[in-house]
Design a protein around this ligand. Structure first.
Ligand code: GLY
Length: 282
């Protein structure tokens, strides 16, 4: 029987205890519900809708809640991918879009390129009529709440037609060197989808890039590991091979979820036709 599954996460790290857990959970619930409503248009629409809801929530390190770089600017990365034809779109270092995941989706749908950066990504967004936020607006909205240490937001989905997709969005690492690009813009590192499943990473981007972490997780699914084992193994490798800290969410081709982390916190939630579940250590 076809199964639809949607998993969202709010970022691995150490969440500031001044942020009430109920507010984090409410944000995840909103993302899950928004994504679920979009599922009738397929897995890609579901993950983009879920991640957009998290970009719009100042509790999370993405969109209007993103952290600042060493110059006090906001530079946002995002990526999307479908298993079908390995369609991929990503943006890096955007300073003027509060919803970079929408720009990443437009890059995917345009199909000429996979990754656009900086001013080129902004020009591409403007030419497609996607809304741009003022640079000032993003800088001012950054970290308006007590700083969360959440890393990135993301979602993976298997729709009831078997479609698989992933979306990810982030402000990256607080205080990063200007121009630094993290794993969330890099296909195979911070996100990947192929016929065995879809994976989305959060945490130290450099570690996931070195490991090509999400591609590796999907390869483990292809080798026959189940989704929970594959997520756990990937995070073990992250620590052992590159000394990394982070988390990963995975969905396999049958809609089974896998989640693992080696950080203290990583709020996440998932839903299937059978109901919803949530786990959070924050
Ligand atoms: N994982 C997000 C980043 O390192 O940019």
């Amino acid at each position: 029987m076809p199964v639809a599954t949607l998993i969202v996460h709010g970022g691995a790290g150490r969440w500031d205890p001044r942020i009430p857990r109920a507010e984090i959970d409410a944000g995840l619930d909103r993302a899950l519900e928004t994504g679920w409503r979009a599922l009738e248009d397929g897995a890609l629409s579901a993950v983009v809708a879920a991640v957009t809801a998290l970009e719009d929530d100042p509790h999370f390190n993405a969109g209007i809640g993103a952290v600042r770089n060493a110059d006090g600017e906001v530079e946002l990365d995002a990526g999307v991918m479908t298993a079908e034809r390995l369609r991929t779109g990503a943006v890096a270092g955007m300073t003027d879009s509060a919803r970079p995941v929408s720009v990443a989706r437009a890059v995917l749908e345009d199909g000429r390129h996979v990754l656009l950066a900086g001013a080129g990504a902004s020009r591409f967004a403007a030419e497609r009529g996607l809304p741009l936020a003022g640079r000032e607006h993003l800088r001012e909205s950054a970290r308006a709440l007590p700083g969360s240490a959440g890393g990135t937001v993301g979602a993976v989905c298997r729709d009831d037609r078997g479609g698989l997709a992933v979306a990810v969005s982030t402000g990256g690492v607080s205080g990063k060197f200007p121009g630094r690009v993290g794993d969330s813009a890099i296909c195979g590192a911070g996100f990947y989808a192929d016929t065995p499943g879809a994976a989305c990473a959060t945490g130290q981007g450099e570690a996931f890039i070195r490991l090509a972490g999400c591609r590796r997780a999907v390869e483990m699914l292809a080798a026959g590991l189940d989704a929970p084992t594959c997520a756990a193994r990937l995070i073990e490798e992250l620590a052992e091979r590159v000394g990394g800290e982070g988390g990963i969410i995975v969905v396999d081709a049958a809609g089974r979820p896998g989640v693992a982390r080696n950080t203290r916190d990583m709020p996440w939630a998932w839903r299937t036709e059978a109901g919803a579940a949530r786990w959070s250590s924050a």
